[in-house]
Ligand binder design. Sequence first.
Ligand code: HEC
Ligand code: HEC
Length: 336
Amino acid sequence: MVLVSCSVDAPVKNPVNDTPFEFLPENWPLPKYRFTENQISKDRFELGRALFYETRLSRDNSISCAGCHIQNYAFAQTDHAFSHGVDNRVGTRNAPGLFNLAWHTEFMHDGAINHIEKQPLAPIANPIEMDENLTRVLEKLNALPKYKTLTRAAYNSDTLTSQRMLWAMTQFMGLIYAQHSKYDAVKNNTNGIHFTAAEQRGYDVFIQHCNACHREPLFSDFEYRSNGLAPLPMLLDSGRSHVTGLSKDKWKFKTPSLRNVALTYPYMHDGRFTTLDQCIEHYRRGNFNHENLDPLLKGAITLSEGQISDLKLFLNTLTDYTMIYDRRFSDPQLQP
Ligand code: HEC
Ligand code: HEC
């Protein structure tokens, strides 16, 4: 990972109370997206929040971003392996959790989107997601007094433009950060919190077998890799090669963060596994699809039943309950 120099950026403000944003826990790399041109304010964050929960972003006004990205599940979707969009059209990939996005430089399981500010355009235009176009969205929203008020507060103008919309949505998405898990408390030595003996053993297993790809502290290396899943015949989703066209990228997917992994089931790009046990069993059986298999996974990972149980206890320490119950990230119509 490349460390970017940061001296020119203005200090990032916490949108809640305008204190400096607690953005960078010790030992974390710098975020890739620094809000430099998209200056954070509480009103812009609130506009972005309203938009994230706005069903008018979809053609038939039926689905918002939050319809597939649910806060209590770390902004993943848990009731379907594949996401369902307008007219209940079914997609082909599982909706990932949304947090710590400022550390990503590419988005989606195959990295098809290369800038966080462009990200909302994809689901809006996607015929099996929101199936709408931006011009119509802006017409719909600009006709409502609510968005005049929100936009005036945020940008000192009554008109919501596409740029303002994308900036505001980026503030909301980009400030959902997962950094208050038990793991973090242990690492930061908070109030003497420590792992149980079993969690510590699970952590040791994790470091030995998983950390090379699911690298702490973000629990992803943000690389594209094949962890040996055989492609589902009905989809033949070849992953990263969709974007690069290269056969060496076939079957590779972005390493997902394992933060909040206890909540973000079902698992893998296609949601094929519903439990952590099934995920771990995949690595333990080593029944890997060998085309482009990652060299870090040469064969089955040997784990005893006890190690599996310890590993799961460790993975559970990665859940950030602060984030999933944080009212700032909830539906403003329910919790202003
Ligand atoms: C119909 C369900 C659905 C809706 C609605 C939806 N998403 Fe998603 N989202 C997904 C799926 C599925 C993926 C993974 C797609 C892929 O990899 O091709 C995804 C991926 C993402 C990612 C990438 C995360 C990562 O780790 O790379 C972001 C960010 C995101 N969505 C934000 C949004 C925003 C903002 C909206 C509203 C404008 C939205 N989504 C609406 C299903 C949905
Ligand atoms: C060679 C790199 C690599 C190693 C080593 C590795 N993984 Fe993965 N892991 C991946 C990739 C890549 C994916 C995404 C695959 C996909 O979406 O199809 C993944 C997906 C997962 C998922 C699903 C997460 C989600 O949100 O869908 C879990 C859980 C997981 N791995 C756990 C582990 C555990 C536990 C270990 C150690 C025993 C481990 N992984 C070792 C690369 C790796």
